[in-house]
Design a binder for this molecule. Structure first.
Ligand code: RRO
Length: 306
C-alpha cells in the first residue's frame, strides 16, 4: 500500500498539503508542518508589497461548528522579503508551493517574476480572497480575466500553476474552464465562503473588517460538491485539489472519492497540534485503504462517480 501521489507532473510522498493562509507566513511553521508528515506545504498568499492587513480582530473561532471566520486582508511581507523564507525552505528541501496574489495582471506578473528563480513546486494563484475592497474576489469571478491572467503567467514560467477557485460565484464551472483554457495545471477548490458573525451583546460584527470568509467543518459539504462537479466536467483534463473543512481522515477520503487527487488542510491544523492531527489522518487513511482493498491513493480518486 502506498500514499505516493502525483498532481500532474508533481510527485508527493502523500496527498496531504498544508492549505494557504494557515501556518504559512514563516519558514519555521511551514517546515514544522512538513516534518509532521505532510506531502507539501503552501505559503500564505504573497503579494507585491508588504501589507498589514485588516484591523483586529481578524480571526474568530466558531467552536460550536468547528469553523473559523477571518478577514485577515492579505497580510504578508511582500515577495522581496518573503524570498528569504523560501530560500531557507529550499535549503531544507521542503516541497513548497507559493500562493501568490495581485490586484491586477501587472502585480501578478511582478510577484511571479520576483520568485520564479527559486525552487518552487508550483505557484497557487489566489484569484479568490474574499477580504479586499477590490481585486481578489473580483478577478476570480470574471472568466475573461482569469483566462488572461493565467495565460499571461503561463508564458513566464515552466513551473506548474494551480488556480484556487472561489465558491462565491454562481457558476464555478465557467471559471474553471477559463483557468484550463489559460493553461492552468491544476484546480484548487475551494477558498472561504463570504460570511459574517454578529456579537449579540455588543450588537456589532465580531470582525474588525465586519465581513469575512468562513472556513472549517461548516464548509466541507460545499467543498465536496464543488470538487464533485469539477471532476465530472474536467476530471479527464486536469487534477483537482480539494480543500475546505478537513478535520478527520474520513473527510480526506470523502474528497478523494469526490474526485480530488490531493487535498489541502488549513483550519484544523491551525487549532490543534499539527503533529497529532497528521498522524491521525494517516492512520485513518491507511485503515480505510486496508478495509476497502485500495493499494494507492489514485485508485480512490473519483470513486463516487462510478
Ligand atoms: O488574507 C485573507 O484575508 C484571506 C485570503 Br488571501 C484568502 O484567500 N482567503 C481568506 O479567507 N482570507
Amino acid at each position: 500500500m502506498s500514499f505516493d501521489t502525483e498532481v500532474g507532473d508533481i510527485q508527493l510522498r502523500n496527498p496531504l498539503i498544508l492549505a494557504s493562509g494557515v501556518l504559512g507566513t514563516t519558514y519555521s511553521t511551514l517546515q514544522r508542518t512538513y516534518e509532521a508528515g505532510l506531502g507539501a506545504v503552501i505559503t500564505k498568499s504573497i503579494g507585491p508589497r508588504s501589507r498589514i492587513g485588516n484591523p483586529n480582530p481578524s480571526v474568530f473561532a466558531l467552536q460550536e461548528i468547528r469553523s473559523v471566520i477571518n478577514s485577515v486582508g492579505l497580510a504578508n511581507p511582500g515577495y522581496s522579503i518573503f524570498r528569504e523564507d523560501i530560500q531557507i525552505l529550499n535549503e531544507n528541501k521542503i516541497p513548497t508551493i507559493v500562493s501568490i496574489f495581485g490586484e491586477n495582471k501587472e502585480e501578478f506578473l511582478e510577484v511571479l517574476n520576483g520568485l520564479k528563480d527559486l525552487s518552487v513546486l508550483a505557484f497557487e494563484l489566489n484569484l479568490s480572497c474574499p477580504n479586499t475592497e477590490k481585486g481578489g474576489t473580483q478577478i476570480g469571478t470574471d472568466p475573461e480575466l482569469v483566462k488572461e491572467i493565467v495565460s499571461m503567467l503561463r508564458k513566464e514560467t515552466e513551473i506548474p500553476l494551480w488556480v484556487k477557485l472561489t465558491p462565491n460565484v454562481s457558476n464555478i464551472l465557467e471559471i474553471a474552464d477559463a483557468a484550463i483554457k489559460g493553461g492552468s495545471d491544476a484546480l484548487v477548490a475551494i477558498n472561504t465562503l463570504k460570511a459574517m458573525v454578529i456579537d449579540i451583546q455588543t450588537k456589532m460584527p465580531v470582525l474588525g473588517f465586519k465581513r469575512g470568509g468562513l472556513s472549517g467543518a461548516a464548509i466541507k459539504p460545499i467543498g465536496i460538491r464543488y470538487v464533485y462537479d469539477l471532476y465530472e466536467n474536467f476530471g479527464d483534463k486536469i487534477p483537482i485539489i480539494g480543500v475546505g473543512g478537513i478535520y478527520r481522515g474520513e473527510d480526506i477520503i470523502e474528497y478523494l472519492l469526490a474526485g480530488a487527487t490531493a487535498v489541502e488542510i488549513g483550519t484544523s491544523l491551525g487549532v490543534a497540534y499539527p503533529e497529532n492531527m497528521i498522524r491521525f489522518f494517516q492512520m485513518k487513511i491507511k485503515k480505510y485503504m486496508k478495509e476497502h482493498q485500495f493499494n494507492s491513493i489514485k485508485e480512490i480518486t473519483g470513486g463516487a462517480h462510478r
